[in-house]
Ligand binder design. Structure first.
Ligand code: NAD
Length: 498
């Protein structure tokens, strides 16, 4: 907890349910004695207590997943797909419950939460095509006359996902439907800050008919993660979270010879050219910078205007951001919910203070909007700085809150150079009506995801969720064909008959 508990919060806490793990087809109470409070960041209410599973608890889940692997691997892909069709149907039925659970534990608006549940389901829909996706390829006489050569895709065993707080329900779905469809077994480790929506998901998965051990959830934090990284039966790990943890996990799991895909932090730039369509640009920037309270890895947190028109764009963005309604994301009409916790709020306020001290011009101060909200909620209003320099922390650091930095350059080349010099490479967007400028941007900007007149460049499930530089460690990304490659081994068969 970030704050001292009041008497009423203590009372709420005692009523908060203790979450369990889902292992081998059963809900199990882990052996650990360590539990953490899970709070609704809009109200400060304790909504659950999450177990911090021990190494033994985690190893038990790996053993269950390993035991389930041989029979699951031998289940025809079409039958595996049928279970995913059942997942899709049950998720549609619980759609609204899922969205509300996400808003309650994370704080984002219901509209944002619904969007994330939709994206989760889309990954199930794509994985339903596994009989086609899993096909190999071959060539008669491929090795020599009378010697054929074929490639088949085979699953490897137990895989695991270590997930961040900012998309509690969606991120596990970037991975597990593909892994399981390919014939692997799976363990999800949700963020300990937002573990409740995954409990609802597993209520539904439990009813879909997966054999015990095929899919499991282990709640916890570092000890559980390290147990997954060190267990030799875990063949690969998908990670989404901050860059320092991504780097750590990539090294530790890689040392053990595991497959790793580790998506890290971000600092995404939106370039606005002088010919950009103003209204559309502004509404996209507002959604990108302040949607989900700026806690998206695809959030545009820096706007770079090029050439003429900086003041026009800046003033329109400040006016639109200043009129956002801050409040509980569960309430109708709210556009900007709380950040995830009081400690996150303190960190973000620290960045605002530092931005002022470093000499940036504070045009919109979210600290004031924040004080008008419920004292127990972790609110920060939309904040905008102008005249930001590339050596300021406002430009270099991922703030992960509703803070937008603006700066101005003379040419598109200057804007691209600025992106090239960043340590992160998750996403970058350009707003323009000029095809040549857009082409130059997509060709040169060194980020994994590019938006052209799109403020949040989020790839659909059938495309890889890319990322570059310190935003991604690995080779194969989540989603799409990359996912099938990550979760299978390509075995080559060379055949000759005498
Ligand atoms: P985080 O790194 O603090 O935690 C992520 C996960 O790692 C959690 O499950 C946590 O329990 C575990 N973890 C944390 N520290 C650990 C340690 N020392 N050892 C082992 N495990 C550890 O990240 P977060 O704050 O939950 O998520 C926000 C971050 O995620 C932001 O940086 C954001 O940009 C990033 N993110 C990136 C993407 C992407 O696609 N690149 C998507 C979503 C979020």
């Amino acid at each position: 907890m970030d704050t001292q508990l009041t008497q009423s919060e203590t009372d709420t806490k005692s009523a908060a349910p203790r979450l369990r793990n889902y292992v081998g087809g059963q809900w199990v109470t882990p052996q650990t004695e360590n539990y953490l409070d899970v709070t609704n960041p809009a109200t400060g209410e304790t909504i659950a207590q999450v177990p911090l599973s021990s190494k033994e608890d985690t190893d038990a889940a790996v053993a269950a997943a390993q035991a389930a692997f041989p029979a699951w691997r031998a289940t025809p892909p079409l039958e595996r797909a049928r279970l995913l069709f059942a997942v899709k149907a049950r998720m549609e039925e619980r759609f609204e419950d899922f969205a509300q659970a996400v808003t309650r534990e994370h704080g984002k608006t219901l509209e944002d939460a619904r969007g994330s549940v939709r994206r989760a389901i889309e990954n199930v829909e794509v994985a339903c095509g596994i009989p086609s996706l899993l096909m190999g390829y071959g060539l008669e006489d491929g090795a020599a006359k009378g010697i054929d050569e074929d490639v088949v895709r085979q699953p490897l065993g137990v895989f695991a996902a270590v997930c961040p707080f900012n998309f509690p329900l969606m991120v596990p779905f970037w991975f597990w439907p593909y892994a399981v469809a390919c014939g692997n077994t799976y363990i999800i480790k949700p963020s300990e800050q937002v573990p409740t929506s995954m409990q609802l998901v597993f209520e539904e998965l439990d009813a879909c008919g997966f054999p015990p051990g095929v899919i499991n959830v282990v709640n916890g934090s570092k000890e559980a993660v390290d147990a997954l990284l060190d267990n030799p039966q875990v063949r690969g790990v998908s990670f989404v979270g901050s860059t320092p943890t991504a780097r750590y996990l990539y090294a530790r799991a890689g040392e053990q010879g595991k497959r790793v895909q580790a998506q890290g932090g971000a600092k995404n730039v939106i370039v606005v050219m002088p010919d950009a369509a103003l209204d559309e640009t502004v509404s996209n920037v507002i959604n990108s910078a302040f949607g989900s309270a700026g806690q998206r890895c695809l959030a545009g947190s820096v706007v770079v205007t090029v050439g003429a028109g900086h003041e026009r764009v800046r003033d329109a963005i400040v006016a639109a951001a200043g009129s956002l309604t801050v409040g509980n994301g569960a309430d109708e009409g709210v556009e900007l919910g709380p950040v995830i916790s009081h400690s996150a709020k303190e960190r973000i306020l620290g960045y605002i203070e530092r931005g002022e001290a470093e000499g940036a011009a504070l045009l919109l101060d979210g600290r004031e909007a924040a004080t008008e909200q419920d004292a127990n909620g972790a609110f920060v209003g939309a904040t905008i700085f102008d005249e930001v320099q590339t050596d300021m922390t406002l430009f270099t650091d991922e703030i992960f809150g509703p803070v937008l930095s603006m700066l101005h350059v003379d040419t598109l080349d200057d804007a691209i150079t600025l992106i090239e010099n960043q340590r992160y490479g998750n996403a970058a967007s350009i707003f323009t009506q000029d095809g040549a400028a857009a082409r130059e941007f997509r060709y040169r900007a060194p980020t994994g995801n590019i938006g052209i007149n799109v403020g949040v460049a989020a790839p659909m499930a059938y495309f890889p969720f890319s990322g570059a530089k310190e935003s991604f460690f690995g080779t194969l990304h989540g989603q799409g064909r990359d996912a099938i490659d990550f979760f299978t081994e390509r075995k080559v068969v060379i055949t000759r008959w005498f």
